[in-house]
Design a protein around this ligand. Structure first.
Ligand code: ITT
Length: 200
């Protein structure tokens, strides 16, 4: 069995988050035919695991099984030091059923005010899993550390990008050019590991 990503191969981007699709496509580059879970009308699985890696594998395996193609899934989120790592794997759920990230961001700010802790350190984690329809699955993880800022700044990116400034920078992920974010993000760091393992 060939557990490599070969040029020209079809890969299902097993995500229903439209913010992730261009980032995954940019990281994979031009060498693959990318199909999205949305295009294939794949149902969204329930994320029942308690770790990023566990949920990434669950989503990749689900999409590979239903599509019969190699599937790549991302499970990611924002962890805030002063909130003991929350929202973490619940990052999407803090935005509620209408996926309202203005609401999720206000929730982070309110929880920080309630704690009264001035520590604004935070980090994004991305677990990327690649699953083959006949069973094998590989998972890797990338992290980017930074600090939170309020009020939110910038309308690029998605999710919590407007409140996150990566270490060493001054702009939020929401203010950066997509290529700048893609050069240093948690997803890019996970992808570098994936590339080392699966791409010649
Ligand atoms: P899929 O499971 O369909 O991929 P999702 O949005 O439910 O979509 P996750 O369960 O991985 O995905 O949730 C991660 C949430 O964390 C996501 O909704 C974002 O709000 C946030 N997040 C992850 N990566 C981010 C990034 O690069 N910038 C900003 N927010 C991010």
């Amino acid at each position: 069995m060939n557990l490599k990503l070969i040029k020209g191969m079809r890969i299902v981007a097993a995500t229903h988050n439209p913010g992730k699709v261009p980032e995954i496509a940019a990281l994979l580059g031009q060498d693959y035919e990318i199909l999205t879970a949305g295009q294939l009308a794949l149902p969204e699985p329930e994320e029942t695991e308690t770790t990023f890696g566990g949920n990434a594998m669950l989503k990749a395996r689900h999409a590979a099984r239903l599509s019969g193609e190699v599937a790549l899934a991302d499970d990611s989120g924002l962890s805030v030091a002063a909130l003991d790592g929350a929202p973490g794997v619940y990052s999407a759920r803090w935005a509620g059923p209408s996926k309202d990230f203005a609401l999720a961001i206000r929730k982070v700010e309110t929880r920080l005010e309630e704690r009264g802790d001035p520590d604004r350190r935070a980090w994004f984690t991305s677990a990327l899993a690649v699953a083959w329809p006949d069973g094998p699955c590989l998972v890797v993880e990338g992290v980017v550390e930074g600090a939170l800022t309020f009020p939110p700044r910038g309308d690029r990116g998605f999710g919590y990008d407007p409140i996150f400034i990566p270490d060493g920078g001054t702009q939020t992920f929401g203010e950066m050019e997509p290529a700048e974010k893609d050069a240093i993000s948690h997803r890019a760091r996970a992808f570098a590991k994936l590339r080392a393992a699966l791409i010649d």
